[in-house]
Design a protein around this ligand. Structure first.
Ligand SMILES: Nc1ncnc2c1ncn2[C@@H]1O[C@H](COP(=O)(O)OP(=O)(O)OP(=O)(O)O)[C@@H](O)[C@H]1O
Ligand SMILES: [Mg+2]
Length: 248
């Protein structure tokens, strides 16, 4: 579903943010992306949603190949991904409903569908009672839930969460973690960047670890899955999220 093949990213032709990174993530996995601050976690995630393109090597995501993906293809890739950004990126002049609705309206959905889906994901993320609140009226944990609701409203194949528990206390972090775990059980592949060691140790998911841009650890991170021989294009027929039956 996601494959990095000898990916190196250099900024300004000098600084190496990712160094010869190779790994595979299978559909339905929950994966921790770990490493110290500055190790390259956000940079790696940016390569998955192709905001960044490798200086050398290749990235394959849900049937898209970084070598051949052009700007005009990006909306199709992004529709398959839900992104929880490290810096939230909420719209502070709009309420919770509108923050989530914004993401689904962008797909051209009817207002009826927008309403139905927004209320559905707000219920799933425990926010039904905060629908008319503005982000500034929410706690950090609630703001993070809005980010997650927004990221899953279009039923993504893959959810990328960049330090979603970064600024939260331990109990709220656990709740956010439980929510991501729940989303994973619905069929969505989840990749979570974090350096919260306590959280990582409390859940037994695969992790891949970066240090100064290089992969330094990770169980089976370069092992090819059984389905490796399949053509990547065949991933297009994979429908990860069946929880609502409204993927169309
Ligand atoms: N656009 C850019 N231009 C130049 N250098 C960059 C750019 N983006 C990231 N870097 C550098 O790449 C390195 C990795 O950054 P990145 O944001 O991926 O780290 P991170 O692991 O996400 O850190 P944190 O845990 O603090 O979020 C850093 O040294 C950063 O300065
Ligand atoms: Mg980061």
């Amino acid at each position: 579903m996601i494959r990095f093949s000898h990916v190196t990213k250099q900024y300004d032709g000098q600084f190496t943010a990712l160094n010869n990174v190779t790994f595979f993530i299978d559909k339905g996995e929950f994966l921790f992306l770990t490493g110290a601050s500055g190790a390259g976690k956000t940079t790696l995630l940016k390569h998955i949603y192709m905001e960044e393109i490798p200086s050398s090597g290749q990235v394959f995501v849900c049937g898209h190949d970084s070598k051949y993906t052009k700007k005009k293809h990006l909306p199709y890739l992004r529709r398959k991904l839900g992104i929880v950004f490290q810096d939230f990126r909420l719209l502070f002049d709009r309420d919770v409903f509108e923050n989530v609705a914004f993401a689904i309206r962008a797909t051209g959905a009817s207002e009826r569908k927008v309403k139905r889906k927004v209320f559905e994901v707000l219920a799933q993320t425990g926010l039904s009672h905060k629908v008319s609140y503005f982000p500034s009226q929410l706690s950090g944990g609630e703001q993070q839930r809005v980010c997650i609701a927004r990221a899953i409203v279009n039923d993504p194949w893959v959810l990328l969460a960049d330090e979603p528990t970064g600024n939260l206390d331990i109990d709220v972090s656990r709740e956010i973690m439980d929510l991501l775990q729940q989303i994973n059980t619905w069929g969505t592949t989840v990749i979570m960047a974090t350096h919260d060691l306590q959280l990582i140790e409390s859940r037994h998911y695969r992790q891949i670890e970066l240090s100064r841009g290089s992969l330094v650890g990770g169980s089976d991170s370069t092992v090819k899955p059984k389905a490796w021989g399949m053509k990547l294009e065949s991933e297009n027929i994979y429908t990860a999220v069946q929880r609502t039956g409204t993927n169309a």
